[in-house]
Design a protein around this ligand. Structure first.
Ligand code: PEP
Ligand code: MN
Length: 336
């Protein structure tokens, strides 16, 4: 449930409500909005008397939250969340572009790509050091060596960095080198991994599972947040359908649906969604137009020779062209 306090509620009245909730063994989450303060309650609500709560001074109303995700729920936190990642932010006014190779292949390759994407307006550098490949015989990533290259390239070009983690050991290593953890589609419901990412202290980009509903995805975000980590960003990357013309089917309607349900930032990855570089620009523009807070795009210095996901990677020229073309879309979407 949430308790909506009256506008200009006195601080001691807010504290009194919070203390009452906590003295009954539940957790109270304060969201101090521009108009009103909302107190979100997590825990066994049978231990609380709503009749008693309603009598507290400055309590305006008590609203039940029927969804199983609470901390990720827009009702708990009506203002959009802004997530700080290293030197940048992801939120309702930003033009976030996370770009880079599918996999970190070498220090030279990554430096070259970081320089090019920075010049074209990327705000973050991506690069996989642990690659959860469909085939066990495909390139599996440089692991900790790749993380070191990510740190060096991020530092060199002033880009915040993000790497996917696939195990508890990978999280332990990644926190030493990068600014944000990525939980990939294949691990969206790996609850042990989600909890550990929640405890890592780093912001987390949570990709949508290949067959996950929006409800399941928000519950996965809740696992991270329940560990005390409010810095979660959702990434729509396409879902599996009967259609085979594209690698996945990009569910852009997830963006406005999520905006109704959660305060967390939402970004779109048209690269993994479509699997073909030709479809990346139109879907990137559509994503910005429908309200996404940012994009994740795979960029490679030589896509034909990429060790993974070459067919969906943009070369430098195509990426630069796309970021130019995106400018009026960002402006029309109110991101200046
Ligand atoms: C990736 O971003 O490198 C990746 C593997 O994406 P996904 O988990 O969406 O397949
Ligand atoms: Mn990839």
């Amino acid at each position: 449930m949430i308790i909506v306090m009256k506008p200009q509620a006195a601080a001691e009245h807010i504290t009194a409500v919070k203390n009452y909730i906590e003295s009954n063994g539940l957790t109270a989450h304060l969201s101090e909005g521009t108009q009103v303060t909302i107190i979100g309650v997590v825990g066994d609500k049978s231990r609380l008397s709503t009749e008693h709560l309603a009598l507290f001074s400055d309590v305006d109303r008590i609203v039940p939250v029927t969804e199983s995700y609470k901390l990720a729920n827009l009702k708990f936190h009506p203002d959009p969340t802004v997530v700080t990642v290293g030197c940048t932010q992801i939120g309702p006014h930003t033009r976030t572009i996370i770009a880079g190779p599918c996999a970190v292949e070498s220090n030279d390759q990554l430096m070259l790509i970081a320089k090019a994407v920075k010049r074209s307006g990327a705000t973050m550098l991506r690069g996989g050091a642990y690659k959860p490949r469909t085939s066990p015989y495909s390139f599996q990533g440089l692991e900790e060596e790749g993380l070191r290259y990510m740190q060096a390239a991020g530092k060199e070009y002033g880009l915040a960095t993000i790497c996917e983690v696939v195990s508890l050991e990978a999280i332990e290593a990644a926190v030493k080198y990068v600014d944000m953890l990525q939980i990939g589609a294949r691990n969206m419901q790996n609850f042990i991994l989600l909890k550990e990412a929640g405890r890592s202290g780093l912001p987390v980009l949570l990709k949508r599972g290949l067959c996950a509903t929006i409800e399941e995805w928000l519950n996965a975000a809740e696992y991270i947040m329940a560990e005390g980590n409010p810095n979660v960003v959702l990434c729509e990357r396409g879902i599996r359908t009967y259609e085979t013309s594209t690698r996945n089917t990009l569910d852009l309607s997830a963006v406005p649906v999520l905006k109704e349900k959660t305060h967390l930032p939402v970004i779109v990855d048209p690269s993994h969604a479509t699997g073909a570089y030709r479809y990346v620009p139109p879907m990137a523009k559509a994503a910005v137009a429908c309200g996404a807070d940012g994009l994740m795009i795979e960029v490679h210095n030589n896509p034909a020779c990429a060790l993974s996901d070459g067919p969906q990677s943009l070369n430098f020229e195509k990426f630069s062209h796309l970021t130019e073309e995106l400018k009026p879309y960002w402006t029309l979407a109110g991101r200046n």
